[in-house]
Structures are given as C-alpha cells and as structure tokens.
Design a protein around this ligand. Structure first.
Ligand code: SF4
Length: 479
C-alpha cells in the first residue's frame, strides 16, 4: 500500500498519533503524549499450545555466531514499592526469595547445555528487576556462581547488577564483586530527601552520597539513574539533582522521563491530593533540555540520548546490544528477550513461574515471530540509530527500496523542527531528542506498513552519487 493512501485512510486522531501535531512549538507540543515506553514491533503471536515446541526447536538450533549475544536475568522482588513504578512485582521475603533462586538456577542450568547456548560467547549479562541488589549475599553468590558456571562469558564480559543504594553494604558489595559483577546500576531517581521519601525511596540525600562513596572505594563501574518530572519536582530541584550527579564520583548516568501509568499508584496519589502534581509534558521537555545542555557543556560524554558517561570504564554494553538487535536470552519470572526471529516474555506471576518450572517447561507467557526478516533488520536499524539521535535514510533505502517511503515522515518532521537533514542523514534537534521514542515508534510502525507491499526491484536512490551507483550496479551484475 502506498504510504500516502494509507495515511489518508486513517482517522484524523490516528494520523495525529502517528505523525504528531502540526505546531511551531515542537519541543512542547509535537505529540500529545509519549507514545510508548519502549519502541518496537511485537510480530506474529504463537499460540500458547505451540510455544514450548517452538522454544525447544529454537534451543536445538546452533546460535547465529554472526550476531552478538547477551543474557538477561530478572529478579522480581523489591523491599518497598516506589510510587511511580510500573514494574513492581513482589515484596522481598527470605523464604520466597530462596525458593525463587532455586528455580532460577534450575532454569539456567536446564538450558546452559543446549545446542543454542553451549559455547555461545556471551558479551554481557544484565541482572535487572525489581531490585536484584535486594537478594541476600548468599543468594546473590549462588546466582552469580551459576552464571559463571553455565555460560561461556567472554573475558571482558560486562556483568551488571541493578539495584538501590539502600543495599550498598560491605557484606553484599563484597559478595557481588568477588563473584563476577563488574558494573552496578543504581536507581537513585533524585537526591532531594523530601522528594525521595515522597515517592517511596528510603534513604536521605546524605545517606545516598555516603553509600555511593563507599561503593566507589571498590573496583567497579557505577551508574546512577535520575528521573525528571516526579511529583513536586521543580526545575530547581531537578537541576540540583543533575549538578549533584555530575559532581559525584560515578562512571555513567541515565536521565529518564517519568511515566505516569494511568490508574497506577502515582496517578491515584496525585488525583487524591496526597502528593503534589507531576511536571507536565511541556515542563518535562524543559527539564530534559536543561539537563542535556548542562551535562554536554560540562564535558560529559553522551553515549545515547539519555545515557552519559564520565569515565571510559563505562561501556554500556548490554544496553547497546539490546538496542541494536543482538540476541538476548531471558531467564526468570518477568524476563524478556529475543533470538532466532522470536521475541518472548516470561510469566510475570511468581506462582505461575514456579508451576511452569515444576512441570519442566520454559516459563513462557508470550512468544511471537518476526515474520519478515528485512522488517526486523529495518526495525533494529531505526531503533539503534534513533537511540543515538539520527536516522540514516541512505542505509534504510539501501536495505529495502520500500523504505524510501519513510521520507514522507522524515521530511514532515524536518519541516516541524524535529530533525535536520544532511546528505540523507536526519539528525534530531533538541525537540526531536525529547520526542525520540514517539518518533521511533511511528517510524517502525510505518516501516511495517510499507513493507507489506510486494518487494520492489532494486532502484538506487536519487541522492546517490553516479560513481557509487555504477559500483553497486556492477557488483550486482557480478553476483
Ligand atoms: S525498586 Fe525499582 S522495580 Fe522496585 S518498586 Fe522501586 S522502581 Fe519499581
């Protein structure tokens, strides 16, 4: 289907959701809201009755060694629930945690020897949650030993543990580091004591800084996340957070936009007046730009639109791999991953997870297949490029001529001040950076639409210099 015809058939509301608004103030108004939390396409769902069989068949295939490989392990426990969180699953309790780690180890060990995983070089392991640092030192050591034993970790494998500063005590830190963790990613969210405690974080500003200092006395890469837009967080509080972080001895930092989940605890708390309102989208945009400008002016290096580093020891390997189409093997209740053209999510309910493990099954909740490999490649390219702030239209149109139709969106966004173009590369402006997730989601959805058309014979794009066209045509004639 021609893209223009497709867009004309959409209702005005759907067209606006996809393309954004026609406005002169793109920074504050390009879209009515952030379209998704993570951009991507789901693919064609595989019926539950066939999931185990499809999974087993995939695990019996050799790994695609032309790609890169990572492991994601999920720990679905937190000591307390943060008000803004959309990912909370279970409260930490020792006996529940012990039983979970038993099954998690069984899941890892059952698959480690499969044809797919055996001897596959693993470049990064990410233990996320939930709050992985909430595991007891003993359970953390059991898990980390199983990782070292079961996977072929490359010698400089990045092993990240995600968590909270409240768990930074010597007994735990020593257990993590002596069992292979070399990177710790901490959700600080804000240094402001009142704001932290308002949203369910435990420690005061002084305590957070003291514990970060303790952690940095060990040999480990330290990453800190901040959130902008929290309830009652003014621009002044936000910039104090950013400046405090820029001065703290950490290797990397993430700036995340607050997501208010409809009918979630934060939404309800604001509605009943028990916490002050959150920043509006327009205020969030100003917060993003102020922090971005401050960090770049201070000489902090930017690795992706919301991830910065102060030292070269921060590689951000797992995040880069996960956003560039690498294979991610999932383990644990609520984990997600992809390989062999399949995308999967594991069961999120602890009881269902244990029940699947008791039956000797992979605890799958959702399994989908990306039917069109070129669409998967286009999606990976779009997501990877936009994470870094640009779209390489030349590469997309070389990948598949049908993607030339994306030019319609890119030109429109250029006219609206979200992008600038130079020789086929569209770079995000500051406004485009703020809205990059919405732009990414729209582009991958439109890529899916245009790639439903029959594949066209190769036609080289008009921007291409004649010498390059001739070279490519000659290569094609040869092959
Ligand atoms: S610690 Fe993290 S996962 Fe747990 S409730 Fe807070 S934000 Fe959510």
């Amino acid at each position: 289907m021609k893209l223009e015809a497709y867009l004309t058939e959409l209702s005005q509301e759907k067209r606006q959701t996809l393309l954004g608004r026609d406005t002169e103030d793109s920074l504050h108004q390009a879209f009515s809201h952030k379209r998704v939390v993570h951009a991507g396409l789901i693919g064609e769902a595989i019926m539950p009755a066939r999931q185990q069989q499809v999974w087993q068949a995939a695990m019996h295939q050799p790994a695609d060694l032309s790609n890169q490989h990572a492991v994601y392990i999920h720990i679905p426990f937190c000591q307390t629930r943060c008000l803004y969180c959309g990912f909370y699953q279970n409260a930490s309790r020792q006996e529940v945690e012990d039983a979970y780690v038993d099954d998690l180890l069984a899941e890892i060990e059952a698959e480690a020897d499969s044809i797919q995983l055996r001897e596959t070089p693993i470049k990064a392991v990410f233990i996320g949650g939930g709050t992985p640092t909430s595991l007891s030192a003993e359970n953390a050591s059991r898990l980390l030993d199983a990782i070292q034993r079961s996977f072929s970790l490359v010698s400089d494998c990045e092993v990240t543990l995600e968590g909270r500063v409240h768990d930074l005590v010597p007994e735990k830190i020593e257990a993590w580091l002596s069992h292979g963790v070399n990177r710790i990613s901490l959700g600080v969210q804000s240094f402001d004591t009142v704001l932290r405690q308002r949203v369910g974080r435990i420690d005061s500003r002084e305590e957070v800084l003291k514990r970060l200092e303790l952690l940095k006395s060990y040999d480990v890469t330290v990453i800190v996340d901040l959130i902008y837009g929290l309830p009652g967080q003014t621009m002044e509080i936000w910039m104090d957070d950013v400046k405090t972080l820029a001065l703290a001895d950490v290797d990397g930092m993430d700036l995340y936009q607050l997501n208010v989940f409809p009918n979630g605890p934060l939404d309800k708390a604001v509605a009943n007046g028990s916490v002050p309102p959150c920043a509006t989208i327009a205020e969030q945009a100003d917060m993003y730009v102020a922090a971005r400008d401050y960090l770049l002016d201070s000489g902090v290096e930017r690795l992706s639109l919301c991830h910065f580093r102060r030292s070269k020891r921060e590689r951000s390997l797992y995040n880069t791999l996960a956003k560039t189409g690498a294979v991610v093997y999932p383990f644990g209740c609520g984990a997600g991953g992809n390989f062999g053209g399949l995308t999967f999510m594991q069961l999120r309910e602890l009881k269902a997870y244990h029940a699947a493990m008791a039956k000797g099954e992979k605890p799958l909740m959702m399994l989908a297949r990306q039917v069109e490999p070129k669409l998967k490649q286009a999606t990976d390219n779009i997501i990877a490029d936009l994470e870094k702030g640009f779209v390489d239209f030349r590469r997309l149109s070389m990948l598949d001529c049908r993607l030339e139709e994306l030019d319609l969106l890119l030109t429109l966004w250029q006219q609206r001040g979200l992008m600038t173009e130079d020789l086929g590369v569209y770079r995000l402006t500051k406004a485009g950076e703020f809205w990059y997730i919405s732009l990414t989601q729209s582009l991958v959805e439109v890529a899916q639409v245009v790639m439903k058309d029959k594949e066209k014979p190769l036609s080289l794009p008009a921007w291409m210099p004649p010498a390059m066209r001739e070279k490519i045509m000659a290569k094609m004639a040869e092959s």
